[in-house]
Ligand binder design. Structure first.
Ligand code: 8YV
Length: 329
């Protein structure tokens, strides 16, 4: 009987996922709470043909050169900015991600963060918990209107479209968006969204939501200039990736109330948080949990596991990022 392939699960996942993988592979798991350094990851990957990654482990040319047996890295995230896909393709290593299974859950959270930010939910809760609430008053934590307002979405992929639907159909919002490519007209009509240029998006939106994928080309693409275009009553919500927003520029704008508020689920250099963000009251901060419901996180991990199984046992890929390597010996 041929030896079973060996794989590494690079971060703790649910036992059901480990059990499923153990039916096909020799599996090395990672103890709860452990985050491997790049060097440790290379050590753990010796002799492994597959790795289940979380979106944080970097798979680049240096790692690939040190792990010649590796055939597939299966991300349990939809974002794959931890992969150097060109290097993976050059090394003949398949990359897969986890699209679709998290779309609606992540859109729910995007909307929740928008609501919490616009309606100042966490800011007012901190005030109440600190014992500051002495009397009701007419303008106490008066926030921004959500229903009927203008929602601006930057990045109109699956999650952006799911947020647009919520805004248009659920809250009667006027939805404008900007994206690298424009949606077909019938799709725009179905989700009730109008394509605008970038400057118009920032200028006209009451609430800007960022849902674009991170690449070096969009590093700090939302900075002082974009924030300066926003209305003083507007909010900015980021559920995409931290590096997209220039946090220093955002903190300055929040402090001077040049925009009303921000909601951030992602941070540059997370889980480290820019300490300045912790000093401004008008920002809602959450620890990268947009896809965090148990059923969705289970589905994301299972899809990554299914990619490993399909590829290493049958040479098939379910959600490939570089399908050109499939079938290449
Ligand atoms: C993940 C995400 O939870 O899928 C993505 O791209 O940002 C989140 O849903 C996270 O990246 C897992 O590492």
């Amino acid at each position: 009987m041929p030896a079973r392939p060996s794989i590494l699960i690079a971060r703790t996942v649910f036992p059901e996922v480990v059990d499923k993988l153990r039916q096909h592979f020799d599996v090395e798991t990672t103890p709860a709470g452990t985050v491997w350094s790049a060097q440790q990851l290379v050590q753990r990957l010796q002799g492994k043909e597959g790795v289940l990654t979380t979106g944080s482990e970097r798979i680049d040319a240096a790692l690939l050169a040190a792990c010649p047996q590796l055939k597939i890295a299966a991300n349990l995230a939809v974002g794959f900015n931890n992969f150097d896909l060109d290097a993976m393709t050059a090394a003949g290593v398949l990359g897969t991600n986890a699209p679709d299974v998290l779309t609606e859950t992540t859109a729910d959270f995007g909307f929740a963060l928008l609501m919490a930010t616009a309606r100042r939910i966490t800011e007012s809760e901190h005030y109440l918990r600190a014992g500051h609430w002495k009397e009701w008053s007419l303008d106490l934590f008066a926030g921004a209107e959500v229903h009927g307002s203008t929602l601006g979405i930057l990045g109109m992929g699956r999650i952006g479209q799911a947020i647009a639907r919520r805004g248009a159909l659920g809250f009667g919002m006027k939805v404008i968006y900007h994206n690298r490519s424009r949606l077909p007209e019938d799709k725009e009509a179905a989700i009730g969204a109008r394509y605008v240029d970038r400057d118009t998006l920032f200028a006209e939106a009451d609430h800007v939501v960022l849902v674009l994928p991170y690449t070096p080309a969009v590093h700090h693409t939302v900075g002082a200039a974009e924030i300066a275009r926003m209305k003083p009553t507007a909010t900015l919500v980021n559920i995409a990736r931290g590096g997209i927003v220039d946090e220093e520029a955002l903190v300055a704008a929040l402090r001077e109330r040049r925009i009303a508020a921000a909601g951030l689920d992602v941070f540059e250099g997370e889980p480290r948080i820019n300490p300045a963000l912790l000093t401004v009251p008008n920002v809602v901060l959450t620890p990268h949990i947009a896809s965090a419901t148990l059923p969705t996180r289970m589905a994301m991990a299972m899809l990554a596991a299914d990619n490993l199984i399909a590829y290493l046992t049958e040479g098939r890929a379910l959600t490939p990022l570089n399908p050109e390597v499939v079938g290449r010996a």
